[in-house]
Every structure is written in structure tokens, then in C-alpha cells.
Design a protein. Structure first.
Length: 149
């Protein structure tokens, strides 16, 4: 009876590459793009009469690949206070993340990040993962610190 063997044939660096760390590094390296993209979407959903609120909408990026967070989207309050002498983002947001108001229907500027924006976030993620895999294929991925097998 003939013998048959299957041999792993891959570039030598594949087995010494920390794939997960490489992906995390790329996700965090491109997090600012995600923040800018989402900030643009949030501002696009914000009532144009509330320019002070649009100016307060911002984000922070988490650069550490060990941090599970990529981007924190939020509003400051300086422009709202300077212009209107009050913080009113929660009334413009309305819905699940805001507060009800009798003057405006909810805009859900931030809530829609988790609904309406999912497709554009998915595209950003696919492009970022492709960059990580290209690094790995070119032998530029993060090195394993210890053998896991």
C-alpha cells in the first residue's frame, strides 16, 4: 500500500509571525481613519442649525494594540456652552442614547454608528485586514515572542 504525506509548505516567516498581533497593530494604526470617517457621518446627521454641536463632536484614538478599543466618539461641551449657554447634545441625539424633547425629533447621530454605519465600518475593517495580511505575506508582520505550538 502506498504512503501519502502532506507537507506544510509556506514561507519560513509565516510560522514565526504573530498574526493576531499584526492584525491588532494594523487596526490601531488605521483607527484615525475610522474616527474621521465616523465623525463625518455623525456631523452629517447633526442638525445644521446646531453648528456649535457639530463643532463639539470629536473622537479619540486608542493607539495601544493591547487596548480592545479603537475609537471613542463623543461630544465636548465648550462650543455648546459658548453659543447657547447650555449642553443640548442629549436632546438632539434623542432615542436610545439621548433624552426626549418636545421640540425636535431624535437625530440619533451617535446611535446610527451601530446601525446605519455598519457597512462603511465593515469596508474599513476589510481594507485594514488586507493591509495586515499584506504585511504578513511580505515578512513584515509582528514576530512571535514564543512558540505557541
Amino acid at each position: 500500500m502506498p504512503d501519502f504525506g502532506i507537507t506544510l509548505t509556506a514561507p519560513g516567516h509565516f510560522l514565526n509571525t504573530d498574526w493576531e498581533e499584526t492584525v491588532l497593530e494594523e487596526l490601531h494604526a488605521h483607527a484615525d481613519e475610522l474616527g474621521q470617517m465616523e465623525l463625518q457621518s455623525i456631523r452629517g446627521r447633526t442638525n445644521v442649525e446646531t453648528g456649535a454641536l457639530q463643532a463639539d463632536e470629536t473622537y479619540d484614538v486608542y493607539a495601544d494594540p493591547q487596548d480592545p478599543n479603537l475609537v471613542f466618539l463623543y461630544t465636548d461641551d465648550a462650543n455648546q456652552l459658548d453659543t447657547w449657554n447650555r449642553i443640548y447634545v442629549q436632546y438632539q441625539e434623542g432615542g436610545a442614547l439621548g433624552l426626549p424633547t418636545y421640540t425636535n425629533p431624535p437625530h440619533e447621530m451617535f446611535t446610527q454608528v451601530g446601525t446605519t454605519d455598519l457597512l462603511q465600518i465593515e469596508v474599513w475593517c476589510a481594507e485594514t485586514l488586507a493591509a495586515a495580511f499584506e504585511r504578513i505575506a511580505n515578512g513584515l508582520g509582528a514576530e512571535l515572542t514564543s512558540q505557541g505550538f
